[in-house]
Design a protein around this ligand. Structure first.
Ligand SMILES: Cc1cc2nc3c(=O)[nH]c(=O)nc-3n(C[C@H](O)[C@H](O)[C@H](O)COP(=O)(O)OP(=O)(O)OC[C@H]3O[C@@H](n4cnc5c(N)ncnc54)[C@H](O)[C@@H]3O)c2cc1C
Length: 620
């Protein structure tokens, strides 16, 4: 008898699952909910990296909950392969539909080399994914843990456990050392670049070796310095979105609680007898602000969210024990809190927003600035051209080194230092905005380029955000403050000097005929004397050509309140109840590497914390 009941329940669940996935497939989320239906255990705002991981981990690990995920952008299926190919993603983020279209502010700054002069950091487009799916060092996370005794849950060992839990590394024949640092059963797919055994890559490695840069076959292992091939978050050569993996998996769980009995054909589901245990994703649903419990005004209890969807404003509420979890990314999470009355007093009052809790939300904006050196290739024979073209599929090689704080060419010790602070991407016909603008104007482009793109992985400078309206559709002002601290400028300068030197070395300069571009030619004139770049020329070059590596974070800093924190070690917003922020905005210190995996790591760790707090809440 029990067995037949179980079978019935399974059949019903399968039916519900099919209906559910069909409705998601057609984005048919337009059914009207009445207020009673708009109650969820968790409301997650934002289906980017963090939101997708969190939704999946919560639905599988906390029994019998339902989750609403609100995402302002469209489902990622709408832009298909543009998003998925490693080489075309720069085109995807220019697609208005999937980008918030942000722009950073122009900033005048005193020159560091010649303090009497004022130089301009020009504003530039600041892409932030608006779509479903929207390597670090030990020292990074031990730095987080050093914020206080209770922050130990964010030390390197805890974070490594989370990194390994989310990773699905496809490398074959791995040794014990590799297994110490990598996971093989998670949903974040990671693989070596396919078909990357190109002669030009080998020549870059040879040149680097001659300059004293060691080879590194795993930047995400024990040691980060050296030159080597990147592993990327791709599966079968396509970029791997967390929506494809984590959110899709989350949507597979659809059950009822308590389990339903089949009452009669076709489904016989009596209304009101059960709750659907599932993740409900609403795309094109823009959260406006938090709904607070007005009866207990002083306690700042979040009870739900207000959002714009399907042409109207809707409310969604949380059930007892429930939480609102903001995963809107470093710009939007800060903006959402500020719009809801949590932030710097002056800025909120200037925008007629009632201050509920004064916190430095939007400060501590950290990012990895990028600057490039590009060379033009004169391919010696046709065979190499085709080989070169196939190498153009994204960035293949990385060089990690310590930058020189006096701006000099890095020393051998700096190459051997195992805590590098600069990452150089090497790629062909890739993203150098100035050169690309010229090359793409020509049809077909009449030359090939190779770009070395230096990223300041551990910047000292921090920027901030400012709200300029209480309208949630208006972008906040973004002040990046790149190179406001001198060591940032000098370290970047040292890396660009290295890149320039690499391109001058044979066989790159001889067999590949590489000649640097845009230092003193029709594409750019930066040398004030002959072909020499003096430090003042480098400063103008760096301020004039730098842009973002798309890694903003830190604007809702996790730290004790006395140290400028906005959320505590459990990611709860100070001075509020039922409200957490889980995404790149909580990083207290920017990770010394790309930010996607660390964000997924934070979300995975947060899911454990939220699970631990869930039964505790119920006793209150
Ligand atoms: C073009 C580009 C390329 C990148 N490439 C890499 C890379 O190669 N490697 C790497 O490691 N990192 C890369 N990054 C960085 C990485 O994507 C981010 O660090 C990571 O996505 C941050 O995750 P998040 O969850 O904090 O925010 P996001 O992934 O940005 O997610 C936030 C989500 O919240 C939604 N949202 C915001 N506000 C609202 C609202 N009011 N209502 C509803 N929904 C809202 C947004 O639309 C978005 O989907 C790249 C970023 C960009 C923009």
């Amino acid at each position: 008898m029990k067995e037949s009941n179980d079978k019935n329940t399974k059949a019903i669940n399968a039916d519900i699952r099919n209906l559910w996935s069909e409705s998601i497939h057609y984005r048919d989320q337009r059914q009207k909910f009445d207020k009673a239906d708009e109650i969820y255990d968790f409301i997650i705002v934002g289906a980017g990296t963090a939101g997708c991981v969190l939704a999946r981990e919560l639905i599988y690990n906390i029994p019998n909950v339902n989750i609403l995920v609100l995402e302002a952008g469209p489902p990622n299926s709408q832009i298909n392969d543009l998003m998925r190919l490693p080489c075309t993603f720069p085109l995807a983020y220019r697609a208005r539909m999937v980008d918030w279209g942000y722009q950073t502010e122009d900033q005048k700054m005193p020159s560091i080399i010649e303090p009497t002069k004022v130089l301009l950091n020009k504003g530039f487009p600041y892409p932030r994914g608006k779509v479903i799916g929207g390597c670090s060092q030990k020292a990074d996370y031990d730095g987080w843990a050093a914020l206080g005794p209770e922050y130990k849950i964010w030390d390197y060992d805890h974070c490594l456990e989370a990194f390994k839990a989310i990773e699905n590394n496809a490398r074959k024949n791995t040794n014990e050392e590799f297994k110490k640092y990598h996971g093989f059963n998670g949903l974040l797919h990671v693989q070596d670049s396919p078909n990357d055994n190109y002669e030009i890559a080998k020549d870059f490695i040879k040149v680097a070796k001659n300059l004293g840069i060691p080879y590194n076959n795993d930047f995400n292992g024990a040691r980060q310095n050296g030159i080597g091939k990147f592993q990327t978050t791709t599966q079968d050569g396509n970029r791997c979105s967390l929506a494809d993996s984590y959110l899709t998996d989350a949507l597979k769980k659809v059950e009822t609680y308590p389990p339903l009995k089949r009452l009669g054909p076709p489904y016989g589901l009596a209304s009101g007898v059960a709750k659907i245990v599932a993740v409900n994703v609403k795309s094109s649903a823009h959260m406006l602000n938090i709904i607070w419990d007005e009866e207990k005004k002083d306690e700042n209890i979040a009870i739900g969210v207000k959002y714009f969807y399907d042409g109207g404003v809707h409310n969604a509420f949380i059930a007892p024990k429930g939480e609102v979890i903001i995963c809107g990314g470093a710009i939007n999470s800060a903006q959402i809190l500020m719009l809801s009355g949590i932030g710097p007093k002056n800025n909120l009052e200037a925008n007629n927003i009632k201050v509920r809790k004064e916190l430095p939300v939007g400060r501590n904006l950290q990012d990895h600035p990028v600057c490039t050196v590009t060379g033009k290739i004169s391919i010696p024979n046709n065979a190499s051209i085709s080989q070169f073209n196939s190498w153009c599929n994204g960035f293949k090689l990385g060089i990690f080194h310590k930058g020189n704080v006096k701006g000099k060419f890095p020393s051998r010790e700096e190459f051997l230092n195992e805590n590098p602070d600069i990452q150089v991407y090497v790629g062909a016909n890739v993203y150098d905005p100035i050169i690309n603008a010229y090359v793409t104007k020509q049809s077909p482009p009449n030359f090939e380029t190779v770009t070395l793109l230096s990223v300041l992985n551990f910047p000292s400078s921090a920027g901030h955000l400012e709200l300029c309206s209480s309208n949630s559709f208006m972008q906040p002002k973004i002040f990046l403050n790149y190179y406001s601290k001198s060591d940032d400028l000098y370290r970047m300068m040292s890396s660009l000097k290295l890149s320039r030197e690499i391109l001058k070395q044979p066989p790159l300069s001889t067999e590949w005929g590489i000649k640097e571009l845009a230092f003193n030619d029709e594409f750019g004139k930066w040398c004030s004397v002959d072909n020499e770049m003096r430090d003042e020329d480098w400063e103008c070059y760096i301020r004039g050509k730098s842009y973002t590596s798309f890694h903003p974070c830190g604007t809702v800093k996790m730290a004790p309140e006395s140290q400028g924190g906005c959320v505590n070690h459990r990611l709860q917003v100070y001075g509020t109840k039922n409200l957490r922020v889980v995404d790149a905005s909580v990083f207290p210190i920017i990770p010394n590497g790309n930010t996607n995996a660390p964000t997924a790591m934070v979300a995975w760790r947060a899911s454990k914390i939220i699970k631990d707090d869930y039964p505790l809440n119920s006793k209150l």
